[in-house]
Write a new protein. Structure first.
Length: 118
């Protein structure tokens, strides 16, 4: 399984970015996909999840501003980020999780940097 995140960049506060995470496709349809982020000097934190059944969950600080979605035909998960704030500055990582024969699997992609200027 390989994941490649893209779409990061520099944006002013209040702006928008759309992150993409393209996967190699292996087991994508049965995978829960998530975005995490890690700000400088801080622990990596969970941002949002979309299940294989299209249920979504968000951390409180991004609820109403970020939207996670997936396109199973493209084996890709997205994170639409609106009304960005300086505290959203971080390296964003995508994560793929699935279970086969009771064995859990978890994979990470390389991150993409999001910088929000005030």
């Amino acid at each position: 399984v390989q994941l490649q995140a893209s779409g990061g960049g520099l944006v002013q506060a209040g702006g928008s970015l759309r992150l993409s995470c393209a996967t190699s496709g292996a087991w994508f349809r049965i995978s829960n996909m998530a975005w995490f982020r890690q700000a400088p000097g801080k622990e990596r934190e969970w941002v949002a999840t979309i299940t294989f059944g299209d249920s979504t969950n968000y951390r409180d600080s991004v609820q109403g501003r970020f939207t996670i979605s997936r396109d199973n035909s493209k084996n890709t998960v997205y994170l639409q980020m609106n009304n960005l704030k300086p505290e959203d500055t971080a390296v964003y990582y995508c994560n793929q999780q699935y279970t086969l024969a009771t064995q859990p699997h978890s994979y990470w992609g390389k991150g993409t940097l999001v910088t929000v200027s005030s």
